[in-house]
Design a protein. Sequence first.
Length: 446
Amino acid sequence: MIRSLRKKFVFVAMCSTFAVLLVIMGTILVINYKGIVQRADRLLQIMEENGGELPREAFGQPGGQPQGEDGEFTEERDYSGEELSQGRPELDRSREREDWEPMLFSPETPFETRYFSVTLDDDGKVLETQTNNVAAVSKEAAEIFGETVWKKGKETGFYQSYRYKQISQEEGTMILFVDCARELESFRNFLATSVMVSFLGLFLVLILVLFFSRIIFKPVAESYEKQKQFITDASHELKTPLTIIDANTEVLEMVQGESEWTSSIRNQVKRLASLTQQMVTLTRMEEGGQKGEMCVLPLSKTVREAAEPFLFLAEYQGKKLELKIQENIFCRGEEKQIEQLISLLLDNSVKYSTPESTISLILEKKGKKAVLSVTNPSETIQKGDLSILFERFYRTDASRNSETGGSGIGLSVAKAIVAAHKGKIAAYSQDGCSVAVAVTIPCRES
């Protein structure tokens, strides 16, 4: 049980860590990608405003040397302190440029950016290409780029590593392309690095969680071990006084005859002995310490034989037990535990069903599963899921001293038996007037 809890703790901790990392890294990657798109779209907007070009004036002068009217750099010159104090116009423009969208561009942007444009008519025929500012794309390749993008009909998007934008003009459509290869490659590298770092981080967290889970669950394990030991010791200690009480009661009956009081003593002794035995059985099964020999057994035959004694018990109490058992169903399990499971379910149904009611037991095969259901009418049940019935000592009635004499631990033992056979058990009420307990276990071929 402690091992199972520890595994669940590690699983939940790792899932939580993975979810947090996924959200953090996903957010960073989305912001990074949107930054690439935003920068490219802004460049395309500047190109659109300037007829498909990126003028240097739009970004300020580079390097600190002013340009001449012919576009060439003038000769380098030194400025005096007075000139510097009065300010240089080109440096002022550069400074203004730096204040404008500082995270996207710099004065070097028009020299670093690779771009080209293609103009097509309304029929998609290339009219003009401009590839002076790109070396990796020839005129023929630019025409193919333009025709392909024009056929897509999308205003903006990516084609290979180029961000494009279509602009409607009087003579046709101009398609602008900006090279984003460097940014996209950087994004891919960041993505790969993020994935590797995340998995490495998860591995380190797993090691830490495994280490600290031992420390966290150590007090729980010790407490649970003490609880198990107490139950075992208490059961052994109770056996002797219960045996003595039972023997003394028998002597009293021999001397004075059977009476109401001696019968009550015997019933309570049997009830207490059964309770202690069930508690020990449940504790051992939850720890996997009470495993019989697992083998392929005829489930149909086992269920029928275990249910037959309850036909007479139900009839004695004025009730009726109906058996609907499909033949030739086999499963892998321990025969005595399966018999105990059937006894617990039917004993519970007979005890808590309404007077003069009909109890049904159905065993059928559905796919690769054997489904066993026990249904009985009940006056003290609520509609819906009834998983709480499998809790230890739970009783549907308010009094623990009802006439049924149940201990409230039988269904807990049944749940442990089903779990040992890798099955599932559920309790529910569809109408609020009856309760059904359904057991599903894997089938095997004969």
